[in-house]
Design a protein around this ligand. Structure first.
Ligand SMILES: [Zn+2]
Length: 63
């Protein structure tokens, strides 16, 4: 549903207007440009800059 939401509504990052994609685990929508991750609550993406968390891709490879 959320993936369709991104395509249907042409969702972009509200912070940088960059392209976003659904995270692999479906827990959020990630901006490919600034790496902000917008949380998904009850299947509804929260496209609010204040709610976004910046995810560091490199630090994740250590785990
Ligand atoms: Zn962005």
């Amino acid at each position: 549903m959320t993936k369709d939401f991104i395509e249907t509504f042409s969702v972009i990052c509200p912070a940088c207007k960059g392209q976003v994609e659904l995270k692999e685990d479906g827990s959020g929508i990630k901006c490919l440009a600034c790496r902000r991750v917008y949380p998904i609550k009850n299947d509804i993406p929260t496209m609010v800059v204040e709610e976004a968390v910046i995810e560091d891709e490199e630090s994740r490879s250590a785990t």
